[in-house]
Design a protein. Structure first.
Length: 318
């Protein structure tokens, strides 16, 4: 009989977690496996209600208390590390506790893991429940991460991992800043199911523009070498356009020059933006790892300053 552990991070939202547990108990009725729950309490301020449940299919529910509020990424990383060191299991399922990771899809993850016992299974989003504006921002997030990493990441935390994958992940420092980025970097041979993002059981979604931006930078931080290489290649392309601009300027004036100059301005702005993102990547990485110091802030300011200089330089050529 296979042993599954469902890892759920939570911050204050106990009402949602308790509702989720009841739904999980119904969904795993036909699994013929041992299923237990590990809740990573991210230093919740609200006291945990004294609810007593009698589950038919969940073997046990345990709560692991974090000393400080550090976010879902560190909760997941801490939970995975704890399970490897203290528990005997075959698979870990990571899911959020607010209802946005739909428990109705647990059966799909389970079936896929049976068909592919050694593969990591991700729940790739095919539809979201948010409004049109946030959906647009989410598409921008995917484009941004693809631009800097070369990876199209369509999943979040919701996944099913065999023990071998967990062993590989916990040895990676990047796991503490981004789960989806780390899994994409370490495990190339993944399987997936189609997933629809659900609505929160209680209250509005906690994901906003700032959270999404930090999420993007955290993923890019995992691939910071690739981001730097891509930026260098882009700057080479930028210098190429500069040389073309000078050549055209010495030959003729007209619409062609305007087109080249417009293109140059666009690419200079984008190259400056890349410099800014690299600086933000360094800053976010160190913030997540609780290692922020003057040197790291200097890196960010330096990258930001370079981005401004590049843009000013290009505009003076106009």
């Amino acid at each position: 009989m296979k042993k599954f552990v469902i890892l759920i991070p939570v911050y204050n939202d106990w009402k949602s977690v308790f509702k989720l547990l009841q739904k999980i108990d119904l969904q795993i009725a036909n699994w013929n496996s041992e299923v237990s729950i590990l809740i990573a309490n991210d230093a919740s301020i609200d006291a945990r209600p004294k609810n007593e449940f009698e589950f038919k299919n969940i073997k046990s529910v345990r709560v692991m208390n974090m000393k400080e509020n550090r976010g879902h990424a560190r909760c997941n990383a801490t939970g995975l590390k704890y399970l490897i060191e203290k528990e005997n299991f075959d698979y870990v399922i990571l899911m959020d506790g607010d209802g946005e990771d739909r428990p109705e899809e647990l059966q799909l993850l389970f079936n896929k893991s049976k068909d592919n016992p050694l593969s990591s299974i991700t729940a790739d989003r095919i539809s979201r429940s948010e409004g049109i504006f946030f959906k647009f921002l989410y598409e921008c997030h995917k484009i941004l991460t693809f631009l800097f990493t070369g990876k199209l990441i369509k999943f979040g935390n919701y996944s099913c991992l065999p023990k071998e994958t967990v062993l590989k992940l916990i040895g990676q420092a990047c796991l503490w800043s981004s789960f989806s980025g780390s899994l994409t970097k370490i495990i190339s041979d993944r399987k997936s199911i189609s997933s629809i993002r659900g609505s929160r059981y209680f209250g509005p979604s906690k994901m906003n523009f700032l959270s999404l931006l930090i999420h993007s930078f955290s993923i890019i931080a995992v691939f910071k070498i690739a981001a730097i290489v891509r930026s260098i290649l882009f700057l080479i392309l930028y210098l190429f356009f500069v040389s073309i601009n000078f050549c055209f300027s010495s030959i003729e004036k007209g619409d062609t020059i305007d087109m080249v100059q417009g293109t140059l301005l666009f690419f200079s702005g984008l190259s400056g933006f890349m410099s800014l993102v690299i600086g933000m990547t360094i800053l976010i990485t160190q913030l997540v790892r609780n290692n922020l110091n003057a040197r790291n802030v200097a890196y960010f300011i330096g990258a930001w300053f370079i981005s401004v200089l590049v843009f000013i330089f290009a505009t003076t050529l106009m």
